[in-house]
Design a protein around this ligand. Structure first.
Ligand code: MSP
Length: 518
């Protein structure tokens, strides 16, 4: 890997601070963290940026309801996001806030560049706007020409003189970019959706508001503030600045830009796959390499939302089951990119069968046999491949790697758990406890050594998903500290370890006793 291409810049969306974080925001952030951790394991120089989107009417109104100044409200809710990320073991490198001074300076500089380019002009706007989406709507997009289908709220009519961005100018360039970069939008079914919008013809859109005071002032026109999306997308650039750096776009982009991948939900695809690239083209800046739109979470088959009242509180879930269980469930259960469902019964089944039984018990049984019969030490034996899993281990590692590189997080775990299942089977068939009794110690040692070796590999591979559990496994296996920044070099069949001096085997994942909800 050359120095240049070993950089990996990944972003989560910048979350609105109108309310405390919910499981939907947690889902996106867990997925980003998992990908960032995987890339670090592979030795990449990773920058993972998350943050908060703090301007606009919706947030201004929430502050009023709370009887707080807008900035106080933003600080409070941003703190809630940061608390939750800590609880969920999210290891981000940058936290971008759109109310920071450096962000304001970057947005104004960007506005001026695009203005000079001739891509911003003043005109009257008359139309409909959904405040919850912070998006302009055509009648066609609304139910009965009035109601936002996502939020079930009435779109507001408004008429103002605004600054517009000349999006239509970039229609052909954008189509060309899609053609030349077939992987720009992923998964591929989302790409067709975007192509559909573009084919309908790109329309210029307002990038300022007169009636919204909680925003970044337009340079040289204090009567207007910048439209929240034109402002927020630039948080992916301003958030890269170190606090000591001069707030200039050229400083912000010098290390990690262009972004390797923006991870977003499908509802904000148009902003990221259409508006954002055109804004960057106008400013003559490189485009992100990929935009990945994941699906929505539903609960017991129904779309989660405040209006339906079936929201899952991430804190309750973490308190009851622990951080790794929460991280694991969503990544193991839902194909990343598709919609996915949460059900309590599924959650408990997953944790019990995958973590407590298949993985945890195997480790526990193997360690107990090593401790009881071999004083905790197993050396690399003369026999090889007694479990007949050498090839499967190697192919699992390869499959895992290619799934992870394609952001197929669930599929990566599927392939790992096929290996866990196969190891359980081979272990049970060989019955090492009987081999010990029958004085076939070499065979028993070989079986235990290979089981531990497979578990050692698995403990590294699962670390992006369940970092705490992975460390517990690693410690019980008596391995050195897991190097989060380059452990991949130790992945492989019989790599590195000549012997295992194991610790006491304690259950890594307690079984959850089934209690029926209600
Ligand atoms: N502030 C904008 C993003 C600006 S990025 C420059 C925004 N914020 S949001 O808080 O409303 O949503 C953030 C992300 O959470 C979106 O990607 C959205 O898709 C995701 N989710 C919100 N509800 C969700 C579910 N129920 N399920 C999965 N993700 C969902 O949009």
């Amino acid at each position: 890997m050359s120095r240049e291409n070993n950089k990996f810049y990944i972003t989560s969306p910048l979350y609105y601070v109108n309310d405390v974080p919910h499981i939907g925001s947690a889902y996106t952030t867990i997925a980003c963290d998992c990908i960032a951790r995987y890339k670090r394991l592979r030795g990449y120089d990773v920058c993972f940026l998350t943050g908060t989107d703090e301007h606009g009417q919706k947030i201004f109104k929430s502050a009023l309801e709370q009887k707080l100044l807008p900035q106080e409200h933003c600080d409070f809710i941003t703190g809630k996001f940061q608390e939750l990320w800590k609880l969920l073991n999210i290891k981000y490198n940058k936290f971008s806030r759109t109310t920071s001074k450096k962000h304001e300076l970057i947005v104004q500089e960007f506005f001026n560049v695009v203005f000079k380019r001739g891509d911003i002009y003043e005109a009257d706007y008359e139309g409909l706007y959904c405040e919850a989406c912070e998006d302009f709507k055509s009648e066609k997009e609304l139910l009965d020409g009035k109601i936002c289908p996502i939020h079930k709220l009435k779109a507001q009519e408004y008429k103002e003189k605004n600054y517009f961005f000349a999006l239509s100018k970039y229609q052909d360039k954008l189509v060309k970019h899609f053609e030349e970069n077939p992987d720009f939008i992923q998964p591929s079914h989302r790409k067709n959706e975007v192509l559909g919008w573009v084919k309908e013809g790109l329309k210029d859109f307002p990038i300022s508001r007169q009636s919204v005071s909680w925003g970044i002032p337009i340079p040289n026109d204090s009567k207007q503030t910048i439209y929240v999306w034109f402002d927020a997308l630039l948080g992916y650039i301003s958030g890269l600045l170190d606090d000591t750096e001069n707030s200039k776009v050229e400083n912000a982009i010098k290390k990690y830009w262009p972004c390797s991948v923006h991870i977003i939900g499908k509802d904000i695809l148009r902003f990221h796959a259409v508006y954002w690239p055109c804004m960057l083209m106008s400013a003559n800046l490189p485009l992100p390499k990929k935009v990945f739109g994941h699906g929505f979470l539903t609960k017991d088959g129904e779309k989660m939302g405040k209006t339906t009242g079936n929201i899952i509180n991430p804190h309750e879930l973490i308190n009851e089951f622990g951080t790794d269980a929460v991280r694991f469930y969503f990544l193991r259960e839902i194909s990343f990119g598709k919609d996915g469902d949460f059900s309590r019964d599924n959650f408990i089944n997953r944790i019990n069968s995958d973590l407590a039984n298949n993985l945890g018990n195997l480790l526990n049984r193997a360690l107990n046999l090593v401790n009881k019969n071999f004083n905790g030490v197993i050396e690399e034996p003369g026999l090889d491949n007694i479990l007949s899993l050498k090839e499967k281990t190697v192919s699992t590692i390869n499959n895992f790697e290619s799934h992870m590189d394609n952001l197929e997080l669930k599929e990566a775990l599927d392939s790992l758990w096929q290996l866990v299942d196969a190891t359980n089977k081979a272990f049970n068939n060989l019955e090492p406890w009987k081999l010990i009794k029958n004085n076939e110690k070499d065979k028993a040692k070989c079986c235990l050594y290979e089981t531990l070796e497979i578990l050692r590999n698995i403990s590294i591979l699962v670390s992006p998903f369940i970092p705490e559990t992975s460390l517990k496994m690693y410690n019980q296996l008596g391995c050195d500290r897991l190097d989060e920044n380059n452990e991949w070099k130790k992945v492989g069949w019989k790599k590195l370890k000549a012997s295992f001096t194991v610790k006491e085997g304690k259950p890594i994942f307690p079984r959850v006793e089934e209690q029926k909800s209600n």
